[in-house]
Design a binder for this molecule. Structure first.
Ligand SMILES: [Zn+2]
Ligand SMILES: [Zn+2]
Length: 340
């Protein structure tokens, strides 16, 4: 049994987006917030925490300290039995550390990777819960034509082998399961309905939709628009979603010119998909490593002119979905651009 799925984030500001008034409310911490939700007799809650939001390669430093420099990793926890990790970039290390500090005492965790590029897998060797015998992991990823059967297992085992890792580690994969999934597939895990769809990205990439009791989350990163089959997949996957987490790595100009073919989108593509698919909230994600906090602020500002309920993913940011709508909370320091 887990002790608490709600994390240890220091929360500065919580703003209501969907059904509650838009006035600012300050809460001391997420526990207080959770208690407030309980008083309001919320039926179901799903929490999304961003542990890494950067694409391509880690980009730590003073210019990325607000949005964060770790590569992509998102945690989703439902008030039922659903506990999910979406991608395993370097952000997964801090997630593992938070569990080791008492936030998690062994449970079943469903780990989904979109594809096997470095920024989506490179945190795996430093995720401590993989070494703890009480944890059970179910892994999901597609069969890569470059890796063949058991692609995700091979990716993990290779990362722990010489000469990539200094010591042979007894990673606890004995009772874990690996499932190879493909676009169009639907399955149930931890009380949550999951749907996978192919996106347009070099060597393939899956987008995932998680339909939880508290709302739907679509995780669609690493997608380049312009190929109708994949664009259709994305719109169907995102249809009426409560939250769309979307690749916004490049500028619209870069997508059209010198970054064409790299498999990524811009904030403008995010606005178009969110509008066409009637999603309730758009989260810009997979920020370019060269994008400073100032640039991401500008990207967010541009996107909000086209789709008002837009956020830029930041490390430590959490979203809470309930029958009261969506609430967003930031770890300190919060992004400098406010929702207004
Ligand atoms: Zn990526
Ligand atoms: Zn990629």
């Amino acid at each position: 049994m887990r002790s608490s799925p709600w994390g240890q984030l220091r929360i500065a500001i919580i703003r209501k987006q969907k059904t509650l008034p838009e006035n600012e409310i300050d809460f001391a911490n997420v526990t207080t917030y959770h208690e407030n939700l309980a008083k309001r007799m919320v039926q179901s809650i799903t929490k999304v925490v961003f542990w890494g939001v950067r694409g391509s390669t880690p980009a730590p430093g003073p210019h990325t300290s607000v949005y964060g420099g770790n590569t992509v990793c998102v945690e989703v926890a439902t008030s039922g039995s659903g506990h999910f990790i979406l991608d395993c970039g370097t952000g997964i290390r801090a997630l593992g550390n938070s569990w080791s500090q008492g936030q998690f005492n062994g449970d079943t965790v469903h780990t989904l990777v979109t594809h096997y590029h470095w920024d989506h897998i490179q945190g795996i060797p430093f995720f401590l819960p993989f070494f703890e015998a009480q944890n059970l992991f179910h892994f999901y990823g597609f069969q890569s034509k470059h890796l063949g059967r058991d692609s995700f297992r091979k990716v993990i085992e290779t990362q722990f082998s010489a000469p990539y890792f200094p010591k042979e580690q007894a990673i606890n994969l004995k009772d874990c399961t690996f499932r190879e999934v493909t676009g169009g597939e639907k399955w149930e895990a931890g009380g949550t309905q999951i749907t996978a769809a192919w996106l347009n990205h070099p060597q393939g990439c899956l987008g995932y939709r998680l339909d939880t009791a508290a709302g739907s989350i679509v995780y669609a990163t690493d997608h380049e628009p312009g190929v109708s089959e994949f664009d259709r997949n994305l719109c169907q996957l995102a249809d009426n979603a409560d939250v769309l987490i979307y690749d916004a790595q490049y500028t619209p100009e870069q997508v059209a010119t010198n970054r064409k073919g790299w498999g990524h989108s811009s904030w403008l593509d995010g606005v178009k998909v969110a509008t066409e698919s009637n999603v309730k909230n758009l989260i810009l994600f997979h920020h370019d490593p060269t994008s400073s906090d100032k640039i991401v602020d500008q990207v967010l500002s541009n996107a909000r002119n086209g789709f008002r309920r837009t956020w830029a993913a930041a490390e430590g940011m959490s979203l809470i979905l309930s029958d009261h709508g969506l609430e967003a909370a930031f770890a300190v320091p919060k992004p400098s651009i406010d929702f207004c």
